[in-house]
Design a protein around this ligand. Structure first.
Ligand code: DC
Length: 213
């Protein structure tokens, strides 16, 4: 089974998706981390004056650790410079094609909670459950500021810039799949959101069981 969780930056996708996966015993896939790895590789390549094509990059997950070409980059891919660069590389159709292909292969078998911007629309429109998480701009900026320690105004400006780029790019822009359940997490505790998604998964399973019998 696949649970697709999409939504804009700061809507709580990572925290929620990780907790839902843990609760259900599913594997968590952070597709944003893959775009971040491509962005970090681009920044490193500029400094080294050579270019690695996305097709030759090794991006691996070991539990909560992220590895790029066999080196740990879990922390490095969260730097603000990498965040900005990631929304630029994510607009490149060549990058998207390569990563979407990997994401499809990874989630082909087993039970997954995959989180990103286009899981329910492009990567796996056949996902058994699609959730689109949102929250107000101010709440999303406040959550980011708590994570990064930067000012609220700076985070608000940054996320609006990234949102605009993610929503208006030509290659798979961020949008809600028509059959996705929209969950506005403004003012909700994260446990309530996890609870709601777990309940939706139970409903999907019950419906599938009824169909089988
Ligand atoms: O979720 P995140 O902030 O780690 O994502 C980093 C960037 O990658 C963000 O600008 C959106 C982009 N992204 C995407 O275009 N498609 C995805 N499936 C996941 C992330």
């Amino acid at each position: 089974m696949l649970v697709a969780i999409d939504g804009p930056v700061g809507a709580g996708k990572s925290t929620v998706a990780r907790a839902v996966a843990q609760r259900l015993g599913f594997t968590y896939l952070d597709t944003g981390a893959m775009y971040r790895c491509v962005a970090l590789a681009a920044i490193e390549d500029e400094a080294a004056d050579h270019v690695r094509d996305v097709a030759v990059l090794h991006i691996d997950f070991e539990g909560d650790r992220v590895l790029l070409d066999h080196s740990e980059v879990t922390e490095a891919i969260r730097a603000p410079e990498v965040s900005r660069r990631s929304s630029q590389v994510a607009a490149d159709p060549h990058v998207r094609e390569a990563l979407v292909d990997r994401q499809r292969k990874l989630t082909e078998r087993g039970d997954w909670v995959a989180e990103g911007r286009d899981i329910g629309t492009v990567v796996r429109p056949d996902a058994e459950l699609k959730v689109f998480l949102t929250a107000s701009d101010e709440e999303r900026a406040a959550r980011r500021a708590a994570q990064t320690g930067r000012g609220l105004e700076q985070e608000l400006a940054d996320l609006r810039e990234r949102d605009l780029r993610d929503r208006t790019r030509e290659a798979s822009p961020l949008r809600r799949a028509e059959d996705a359940v929209e969950l506005d997490t403004t003012g909700l505790a994260f446990e309530q959101v996890v609870e709601r998604i777990a309940a939706l998964v139970a409903e999907v399973r019950q419906a599938a069981n009824r169909e089988r019998t």
